[in-house]
Write a protein that binds this ligand. Structure first.
Ligand SMILES: Cc1cc2nc3c(=O)[nH]c(=O)nc-3n(C[C@H](O)[C@H](O)[C@H](O)COP(=O)(O)OP(=O)(O)OC[C@H]3O[C@@H](n4cnc5c(N)ncnc54)[C@H](O)[C@@H]3O)c2cc1C
Length: 340
């Protein structure tokens, strides 16, 4: 998201742009996402949900999102819905393939399979390589010793290249290097990109959550980001949800808990029906690292080096706020600042 938004905006402003893309297609994790680009309706709620985030950066996203969404729509990114289905938040749901096409079509030539390996000399650069969740070594260093047991619930190419390049240029680390956004997934034997949403188990609030030793965790956040972060630090990065029968009819977005569990069972995850409850084994899936390059309110990381999206950190620290929103707002802003 961030890199394509920066490139599209820079071209709109008349700049010549070169886009390097490590993967074999544009769109990164944005293309795999559910496409909700959102913010908290209420500023105080944003602060309360993400209390350790930098309020200056948070304000940039919160104030800038509505205009940035209108800009995306002006590029004919297809809208699926104008609400998020969550009373705490407002935003727009885009069709991810259509969004990718709208941005990529305006982002100049995209050099596929050409990772940025070094900073260009004498020209501004926007780093937007999508975080470091694809590097087990970096995840192990910053987040959990169970890094190698996590499922990578993201594109396979975001492995900290932007972070490495920025640090080499004198940039600093943000707060929250040990935080990430993800989902607990049904512990099926094979999990591919098409399973990232259907196998997500987002009903810990109704379940007893325990690790292999029977130690329990109680979900605290509406987003259940705390549950997946806890699971990632348990043996095998695994947990078990024990769901009472009374909760099976509860809604989880457009499905019920029972339907989500059925999907888990069909995929081969351990599901056990007992008298009065059902248990499901889950494994932590890592989607987006939340710590990274420290930027200022103008997306600057160091002299001539700008960064945006999941490469940066310190925005949703302590909780969860839309990564697509910060990638969009700071990607667009980085282009404007780099050309100013
Ligand atoms: C299943 C799923 C559902 C999600 N749903 C939502 C949602 O509804 N709302 C939301 O806000 N977030 C959601 N997310 C998270 C969101 O998609 C990501 O956090 C977001 O895409 C991050 O944007 P980005 O620009 O930083 O990274 P990306 O969109 O991943 O783009 C990074 C790009 O950089 C490329 N790259 C990596 N290294 C290099 C290099 N050295 N040189 C050149 N290119 C490089 C990658 O290949 C990739 O194309 C979801 C994610 C997933 C997987």
């Amino acid at each position: 998201m961030a890199g394509l938004a920066a490139a599209a905006r820079a071209r709109e402003l008349g700049a010549e742009v070169t886009v390097y893309e490590k993967g074999d297609r544009p769109g990164g994790s944005m293309l795999l996402s559910s496409g909700f680009v959102w913010r908290y309706r209420d500023w105080d709620r944003f602060r309360a949900e993400c209390p350790a985030g930098d309020p200056v950066l948070q304000r940039v996203v919160w104030d800038g999102l509505d205009d940035a969404l209108a800009w995306l729509e002006s590029l004919h990114a297809p809208v699926l819905a104008r609400e998020t289905g969550n009373s705490l938040t407002s935003g727009v749901r885009f069709d991810p393939p259509g969004l990718t096409k709208a941005l990529a079509g305006r982002a100049a030539e995209i050099r596929l399979r050409q990772p940025l390996r070094a900073l260009p000399e004498g020209q501004p650069v926007v780093l937007a390589t999508g975080g470091f969740q694809g590097s087990a070594a970096l995840v192990e260093r910053h987040i959990t010793t169970e890094a190698r047991n996590l499922v990578l619930r993201a594109n396979p190419w975001s492995s900290g290249d932007g972070l490495r390049l920025a640090l080499g240029s004198g940039a600093e680390l943000s707060a929250g290097m040990d935080e990430f956004y993800g989902r607990n997934l049904a512990a099926a034997p094979d999990i591919s990109a098409g399973d990232f949403v259907p196998l997500a188990q987002v009903y810990a609030r109704y379940a007893t959550v325990e690790n292999v030793h029977g130690e329990r965790y109680e979900a605290r956040s509406w987003s259940e980001i705390d549950v997946v972060q806890w699971t990632a630090r348990q043996p095998g990065a695994r947990a078990r949800y024990v769901v009472p029968d009374a909760a099976l009819g509860k809604p989880v977005r457009e499905r019920t808990v029972a339907e989500v569990i059925e999907a888990a069972g069909r995929a081969g995850a351990p599901v056990q029906r007992r008298s009065g409850s059902t248990s499901v084994d889950v494994v932590a899936g890592i989607t987006t690292t939340l710590g990274g390059i420290k930027i200022d309110a103008r997306a600057r990381a160091s002299e001539g080096v700008y960064a945006a999206g999941a490469d940066t950190g310190g925005i949703s620290t302590g909780g969860w706020a839309s990564a697509l929103a910060s990638a969009l707002v700071f990607g667009k802003l980085a282009a404007e600042e780099a050309l100013s």
